[in-house]
Design a protein around this ligand. Structure first.
Ligand code: NCD
Length: 307
C-alpha cells in the first residue's frame, strides 16, 4: 500500500490484513509500555486544515507508539495565513525529509492532489464531504469485534449523509465486507443522486429499527450547512434522534455507533450514547490501533510488534 486515500484503494484481503495487524497493535496498546520500535527513524507529519480532536490525536498517538517522530502542522500559526498554497506547503514540508503526511482538508480530493506532489506516503484523515477511510476501518474493526463477521449484517446509517465523509467511507467498507446498508435521513440530508451507492433508503427511523444489527449515527454538521436543510434541530431530533425510548425498538443485541463529535440531544440522547449498546469509546480506542496498522502498512518493514 503506497497511500491510503479512499476505501476504494482497499481490497477485502487488504482490510483483513489491516485488521490482523490491528489485533497485534491493540495488544501493544495494552502493554505497560505501549510502544514498539517498528517505525523508528521515520517522520510522520499531520497536516490539518480542518478542526479535529480525535483523528489528529489518534494518528499522533499511533505514530508515537510505533516510535516514529511526529510533527503537527496546524493552519493557525502557519504560512497558510500568509497565502501559501497547499502545493508549496507540502513541498516545503517534504523538503525537510519526511516519510508520511496525514492530511485533513476541507476540499474533497486534496489528499489525492498532495499524493501527486510528494514522494512521501499520504493518508487521508478526512477530505471535505468525500472520504475518511481510517474512520471506516476503525468502525469495521469495532463491528468485527462484536459481530465476528459483517457478512449479512443489517446496518443503518442515520442522519446527515449529505455532508458526511464518514458515511461515504463506511458505505464502501460495509459493502466490501458483505453488510446490507440502509440510509435513514430526511430527503434534504441525502445527496441528490445515490446512483452507484450500494444502499437502500428509508425516511422513517422507527420503521427500520427493529430490523437492525447496527445503527451508525452521524453528526448534524452545522458548520457545513449554508441553507436550512431541515426546519430546526428540535424537529430533526424529534424524527431522527436516537432517544432511549426509540432505542428500545432495536433488537436486544443491536449496537449503536457514532464517529464523534456528538451533538448530544440532537442525533443521539446522552442515555443512549453512554448506554450498554454504545461502542463510542471503543471506537476511539480501536482508532489508535487501526491507525498504527495503517501507518505500519505504509511505512514499515519487518515484524510489526517485535519488542
Ligand atoms: C468526523 C469527521 O471529522 O469526519 N469525525 C471524526 O473524524 N471522528 C465526523 C464529523 O465531523 O461529524
Amino acid at each position: 500500500m503506497r497511500h491510503l486515500l479512499s476505501v476504494d484503494d482497499l481490497t477485502r484481503a487488504d482490510v483483513d490484513g489491516l485488521m490482523e495487524l490491528t489485533d497485534s497493535f491493540l495488544e501493544v496498546s495494552r502493554r505497560e509500555i505501549a510502544k514498539v520500535p517498528a517505525l523508528r527513524g521515520k517522520t510522520v507529519v499531520s497536516l490539518f486544515y480542518e478542526d479535529s480532536t480525535r483523528t489528529r490525536i489518534s494518528f499522533e498517538t499511533a505514530a508515537k507508539r510505533l516510535s516514529a517522530d511526529t510533527m503537527t502542522f496546524g493552519v493557525k500559526g502557519s504560512s497558510h495565513a500568509k497565502g501559501e498554497s497547499l502545493r508549496d506547503t507540502v513541498q516545503t514540508i517534504e523538503a525537510m525529509g519526511i516519510d508520511a503526511l496525514v492530511v485533513r482538508h476541507q476540499a474533497a480530493g486534496a489528499p489525492h492532489r498532495v499524493a501527486d506532489w510528494v514522494d512521501a506516503a499520504v493518508c487521508n484523515a478526512g477530505d471535505g464531504r468525500h472520504e475518511h477511510p481510517t474512520q471506516a476501518l476503525l468502525d469495521m474493526y469495532t463491528l468485527r469485534q462484536h459481530l465476528g463477521s459483517l457478512e449479512g449484517a443489517r446496518v443503518a446509517i442515520v442522519g446527515d449523509v449529505l455532508n458526511s465523509r464518514v458515511a461515504r467511507s463506511d458505505v464502501k467498507a460495509l459493502d466490501l465486507l458483505g453488510a446490507a446498508v440502509t440510509l435513514v435521513a430526511p430527503p434534504t440530508l441525502l445527496p441528490s443522486s445515490l446512483a452507484g451507492w450500494p444502499v437502500v433508503v428509508h425516511h422513517d427511523l422507527d420503521d427500520v429499527l427493529p430490523e437492525l444489527d447496527v445503527v451508525i449515527l452521524l453528526r448534524i454538521q452545522r458548520e457545513r450547512q449554508d441553507e436550512g436543510l431541515f426546519p430546526s434541530l428540535r424537529e430533526y431530533a424529534l424524527r431522527y434522534g436516537l432517544t432511549a425510548e426509540r432505542a428500545e425498538r432495536l433488537p436486544e443485541h443491536a449496537l449503536v455507533m457514532h464517529p464523534g463529535p456528538m451533538n448530544r440531544g440532537v442525533e443521539i440522547d446522552p442515555d443512549v450514547a453512554d448506554g450498554p449498546r454504545s461502542t463510542i469509546t471503543e471506537q476511539v480506542a480501536n482508532g489508535v490501533a487501526v491507525r498504527m496498522a495503517v501507518l505500519f502498512s505504509l511505512l514499515g518493514s519487518g515484524a510489526p510488534v517485535a519488542a
